[in-house]
Ligand binder design. Structure first.
Ligand code: DOR
Length: 428
């Protein structure tokens, strides 16, 4: 099927393009913008009053397959992604068993063959994510791993980290890092601050993050390579990354919607609802403000969800026992639109840059642009639609969101992947 997406406002940072135009999609490829003529048999999609942007790219998703299919599968994560406006997801290696061999990288690609969206696996940095011995990085790269990460676990051993950066550099792939010092954070449940004092729960100090980021920026000077810092949460981290960028280092970073929106006091106000339990933890209001500033000034390169599904029976436990994690694929875009674009903190084009163009660029994925000749991965978004977050309606197999019941503005109405409609809102 070929399509003409007609009359929408195209927002494409890759071409500095923000105006009303028609997009012609032929054989799964973007044929042209504002075509002079339209071939016969093309189906028209009326996008008037809507925004049309390159499909979103989430470089931080836990799809849980293999091993924890009761929480999520590659198929259900992909459906959730499509419903959230994402056309590409990058899946983390902390599955059971972890993605630490070439065979397992291929397994993810096989499971993703019929998925609604493009799925790219990350390979583990260390065997069994143990932090002791490097995994077979070159073989995984050859099988299509797009980056390396022990995400979920920090890389405690600096020598292993140095070698990983050097090997990844030879393979021309980045290392994605989960920066939480395991000793400083040991037994921690919540940000070390006001909420920890009120509750008596063991805190995770900001320095558990900044100390690791400082170390890895220093190691990068020794090894070369590319370092991408996942889910930054504190003011000090933003400052370190800002300085590293000013010095011209190959450092990028991401932030999650939940760290941009919530603080440790929201954990208290929720009555210690375990849906607010996440690693790294929700931080202070001062940290949140620093993240917002960095989002605006360009220090933060990308928004990623850290979609971390957990089953109800796991989350439905006292705060101290419940696992860390928040699902994000189906709420991210509307949360960002409602809270940051509608309020004038960032522009629509910056939003698309943060959620599509830049994440694609960081991992060198063929996405993030509506330029002629690109694969037709397209999100059509109604900026005026209002909806309420109802986890029972999620496509994800898990429902662990702190945003239940929140009214949001802006909703995905259609998601196209390689020229095929993979999601269409029922309200359209
Ligand atoms: O909250 C989290 N959950 N943070 C992580 O880094 C890992 C993730 C998970 O795998 O559940």
């Amino acid at each position: 099927m070929n399509y003409l997406i007609k009359g929408g406002k195209i927002v494409d940072p890759s071409q500095g393009f923000e105006r009303i135009a028609d997009i012609l999609v032929v054989d799964g490829i973007i044929e042209s913008i504002d075509p002079d003529s339209v071939p016969d048999g093309v189906e028209t999609i009326d996008a008037s009053g809507k925004l049309v942007f390159p499909g979103l790219v989430d470089i931080h998703v836990h799809a849980r397959e293999p091993g924890e299919e009761y929480k999520e599968t590659i198929e259900t994560a992909s459906m959730a992604a499509a419903a959230g406006g994402f056309t590409t997801i990058v899946t983390m290696a902390n599955t059971k068993p972890p993605i630490d061999t070439a065979d397992r990288v291929r397994f993810v690609y096989e499971r993703a063959e019929n998925a609604s969206v493009h799925v790219y696996p990350v390979g583990a940095v260390s065997k069994e994510l143990s932090g002791e011995q490097l995994a077979e990085m070159a073989d995984m790269a050859e099988s299509g791993a797009v980056a390396f990460s022990d995400d979920g676990n920090p890389i405690a051993n600096p020598e292993l980290m140095r070698n990983a950066l050097a090997y990844a550099d030879q393979l021309d792939l980045p290392i994605l890092v989960h920066e939480v010092d395991p000793v400083l954070a040991s037994g921690g449940q919540i940000h070390e601050g006001e909420a920890a004092s009120i509750s008596g729960l063991r805190g995770i100090p900001s320095q558990a993050e900044t100390a690791m980021i400082f170390r890895d920026i220093e190691l990068l000077k020794l090894s070369g390579g590319r370092l991408h810092i996942q889910h930054v949460t504190v003011e000090g981290s933003v400052e370190l990354i800002r300085q590293a960028k000013l010095a011209g280092m190959a450092v990028t970073c991401e932030v999650t919607p939940h760290h941009l929106l919530l603080t440790d006091m929201d954990v208290v106000n929720s009555g210690f609802d375990s849906n607010f339990k996440v690693m790294p933890p929700l931080r202070s209001e001062r940290d949140r403000q620093a993240l917002l500033e960095a989002l605006v000034d360009g220090t933060i390169d990308a928004i990623a969800t850290d979609h971390a599904p957990h089953a109800l029976h796991e989350k439905d436990n006292p705060f101290e026992i419940a696992p860390f994690g928040i699902v994000g694929l189906e709420t991210a875009l509307s949360l960002v639109w409602t809270n940051f674009v509608e309020k004038g903190i960032i522009s629509p084009i910056r939003m698309v840059e943060l959620m599509s163009t830049m994440p694609a660029k960081i991992l060198e994925l063929p996405a993030g642009s509506l330029a002629k000749g690109m694969v037709a991965d397209i999100t059509v978004f109604d900026p005026d639609a209002r909806w309420v977050v109802k986890p029972e309606n999620f496509y994800s197999r898990s429902r662990n969101t702190p945003f239940e019941g929140l009214e949001l503005k802006g909703k995905v109405v259609l998601t196209m992947v390689a020229g095929e409609i993979v999601y269409k809102s029922q309200t359209v």
